[in-house]
Design a protein around this ligand. Structure first.
Ligand SMILES: Cc1ncc(COP(=O)(O)O)c(C=O)c1O
Length: 470
């Protein structure tokens, strides 16, 4: 199907900054950049750019400033919290919105602030997590990983078994809403009911889910409610260094903050401290007000489009990609390859080519076709090795070689991930480029850096200053 035969879709591209930008290609020509790496970071919305520009003229210190600019900055910052809370179906009576850098910081904060006790000291997570929803728990508590099915879904029978096994000790279930590798969605509300029935709370890592699906934390008296949610603004079209942890207010009303200093206190004497109420207790130092405004503007825009329409557009792209990708010689698409189920997963598609290293495929796509994807293990090493079906011994061998600083044949995958602005035509461009790479029709002479595994083509000397410099 050529791009001209694609059904008309709403022109979401008009909403974004920078989509028409051309980048240098190895051939010497320039081509319009195709970003299929949205699971990592997304381009900014124009509404975000505009809100930031409008806000910057008023930007000033927040919270304790008395001038008008401080007041309006404080107002904007606090309003942004309300926007985030409402977007996630939460409210400021039962929940608090703590701004931070990103999902990783949000989860680390919860791991340090969660009231584990000697009786309730176990976290149940899964084998499909991003490292950011795994390593913080390992540092804070006894962490159990629910198993996966061979095709990489959460094995809910094993989840149930672990829940039963640790029921009396379980403090928290920490699970991803959607996988950044396979795009699988987890049944978060059903897992929440199970966690609550076992006397535990639940965190859902919504770094991937929130930009693509409606997330509803529900009221705390509903058994399926979510106690904590973490998000990253740079994956939601607002790349200004903000993320948020939305969580039960009662948890953050207790205990000492994990990071102390200015802003976290009500009263300080030389030998005593009274901590501030949430969320201030957990936001040490001057906050990223611009980032909060940017995130709120992105949320307003996403709500304006409607999360149902976001999901619908991305499902159409995913379905089309899953229909076209199998035509490429030697391709293996992992996870759910059924195009008719595209609406039941995110537009994150992992795949490999039989005869070309994932590192090289990603390099050729970028250098020769102007297509940005990601390759490797996507900060989810155990999950990718599972999807690839590596045995315990093979995984140990990989580990040995990596420890010896040799990533030259590190197992991994290529990942294409869609956002609201991607088009069917861009899927066609990906498929055409992959077909050429699979047939060996790429022009570059590539050399691999053994330590990083990455490939660089000979004679690649772009002058970045021609494009941007500070
Ligand atoms: C599922 C998931 N969780 C957590 C993270 C970490 O997000 P950040 O890098 O914004 O902290 C990511 C990033 O890719 C992710 O995909």
């Amino acid at each position: 199907m050529s791009s001209s035969t694609h059904p008309a879709y709403p022109n979401y591209r008009e909403l974004f900054v920078g989509l028409e930008v051309e980048v240098p290609l190895l051939s010497g020509a320039r081509g319009r950049y195709v970003n299929l790496d949205n699971a990592a970071s997304t381009p900014p919305l124009k509404a975000v750019q505009q809100a930031v520009n409008e806000f910057l003229v008023y930007y000033s210190s927040v919270h304790r400033g008395t001038g008008f600019k401080s007041q309006i900055s404080t107002h904007a910052y606090e309003q942004a919290r309300e926007v985030v809370l409402r977007f996630l179906g939460a409210d400021s009576l039962s929940h608090t919105c703590i701004f931070g850098k990103n999902t990783t910081e949000a989860i680390n904060k919860l791991a340090r602030r969660f009231p584990f006790t000697s009786e309730r000291d176990v976290v149940l997570t899964s084998g499909m997590e991003h490292h950011s929803n795994d390593l913080p728990w390992r540092a804070a508590a006894k962490t159990i990983h629910a198993s996966l099915t061979p095709d990489g879904r959460l094995d809910e029978a094993d989840f149930d078994a672990q829940l039963a096994r640790y029921a009396n000790r379980l403090a928290l279930v920490a699970i991803t809403g959607a996988s950044n590798v396979s795009g699988y969605l987890n049944p978060i509300h059903r897992l929440a009911e199970k966690a609550h029935a076992a006397g535990a709370l639940i965190l859902v890592d919504c770094a991937q889910l929130a930009p693509h699906r409606k997330v509803d934390m529900l009221a705390l008296d509903e058994p399926a409610h979510l106690d904590f949610v973490a998000i990253s603004a740079h994956k939601m079209y607002a790349p200004f260094g903000t993320g948020a942890l939305v969580g039960r207010r009662d948890i953050f009303e207790r205990g000492d903050p994990d990071v102390t200093g200015g802003g976290t206190v009500e009263i300080v004497t030389l030998d005593d401290v009274v901590w501030a109420d949430p969320p201030d207790r957990d936001e040490a130092g001057s906050p990223n007000t611009v980032g909060a405004v940017a995130l709120a503007a992105a949320i307003r825009q996403l709500e304006g489009v409607g999360m149902d329409r976001v999901a619908q557009h991305e499902a159409a792209l995913t379905e089309y990609a899953l229909r076209r990708l199998p035509s490429i010689p030697g391709i293996t698409v992992l996870g759910d390859i059924d195009p008719t189920r595209a609406a039941q997963r995110l537009g994150v598609i992992p795949f490999g080519l039989r005869d070309v290293s994932h590192f090289k495929v990603a390099a050729a796509l970028g250098y020769e076709f102007g297509i940005g994807v990601r390759s490797g293990c996507f900060c989810a090493h155990p999950y990718v090795l599972h999807l690839l079906g590596l045995s315990h011994d093979e995984a140990a061998d990989v580990r040995r070689r990596m420890l010896a600083r040799d990533k030259s044949d590190m197992p991994g995958l290529i990942r294409a991930s869609f956002g609201l602005y991607n088009t069917m035509h861009e899927v066609d461009l990906l498929v055409e480029a992959l077909g050429r790479i699979a047939r060996g029709e790429y022009q570059g002479v590539y050399h691999q850096n053994t330590a990083s595994g990455e490939y660089l083509p000979e004679a690649w000397q772009p002058r970045f200053e021609e494009y941007f410099s500070i």
